[in-house]
Design a protein around this ligand. Structure first.
Ligand code: ATP
Ligand code: MG
Length: 252
């Protein structure tokens, strides 16, 4: 049965998608069968892995709203062992349409169930909100990975997110765990170092040892539709995501 990791933070631009795409690709490179689910109407994970999001026959929207089977919306990627369930802007409509669906918080969980035994890991990329889509991600997850950007406001909004996780645990998914907190976009500045110290003091061993540096190559790779290990395997960003993957595989 796949372990489902949901990558979430309602703050925008903290590295959720970069982490979802690159963790998925590094897991796949270790020979682990992996499915990436794009739960964001921006479709950045979809294009970042090399699919044309303006030209998709079926997307996650069809699974959540039109009763299309998840199995029929799984696409292969250029990466061996890595499949994706893509999304595009239509998913924004699901936010509203889901309100009238029975078991609306469990829609993603229910639709993943039939394909769950095909993979070892399922990685879910969430939108920057605490919306019904995000709640669907949390309800479907075994664990949550929270990226935090190494900047002054890193911890802002975190208590709200942790509160949402508690609500989801209490109401729909009692088994949901905090997988870990990942520090991203680290720069060699006093501010970055200070943020790391504060976050570690606050969250202790929940913070991964691996810190993702700010690395231009990580920002470039998506425009070529490639995970960084298939774009420049030796850059600092690639090495960091490989280290994160080892850390996760060692602890799960
Ligand atoms: P959103 O909330 O909009 O979904 P996000 O949390 O998914 O954003 P990303 O899209 O992963 O964040 O990252 C935001 C931007 O920063 C992107 O342009 C991405 O390429 C870039 N980026 C992410 N991580 C790094 C990094 N470690 N070094 C340099 N650039 C990065
Ligand atoms: Mg994103």
């Amino acid at each position: 049965m796949a372990h489902v990791i949901v990558i979430t933070n309602q703050k925008g631009g903290v590295g959720k998608t970069t982490t979802a795409v690159n963790l998925s690709a590094c897991l796949a490179a270790s020979g682990v069968k992996t499915l990436l689910i794009d739960l964001d109407p921006q479709g950045n994970a979809t294009s970042g892995i090399g699919l044309d999001k303006n030209n998709l026959e079926f997307t996650l929207y069809d699974v959540l709203i039109n009763e299309t089977l998840m199995a029929n919306v799984i696409y292969e990627t250029q990466v061996e062992n890595l499949h994706i369930v893509p999304s595009d802007k239509h998913l924004a409509g699901a936010e509203v349409e889901l309100v009238d669906v029975p078991r609306r918080e469990n829609r993603l969980r229910d639709t993943i169930e039939p394909i769950r035994d095909r993979y070892e890991y399922i990685i879910v990329d969430s939108p920057p909100s605490l919306s019904l889509l995000t709640v669907n991600g949390l309800a479907a997850g075994d664990s949550v990975l929270i990226p935090l950007q190494c900047e002054y406001y890193a911890l802002e909004g975190l208590s709200e997110l942790l509160q949402t996780i508690i609500l989801v645990r209490d109401n729909v998914n009692p088994a949901l765990k905090l997988q870990g907190v990942l520090l991203t976009m680290y720069q060699r500045t006093n501010l970055s170092r200070q943020v790391i110290e504060d976050v570690r003091a606050h969250l202790g061993e929940k913070v991964y040892q691996t810190v993702i540096p700010r690395n231009v190559t990580l920002g470039e790779a998506p425009s070529f539709g490639k995970p960084v290990i298939h774009y420049d395997a030796h850059c600092a960003g690639a090495l960091a995501y490989l280290a994160l993957t080892e850390e996760i595989l060692a602890h799960n």
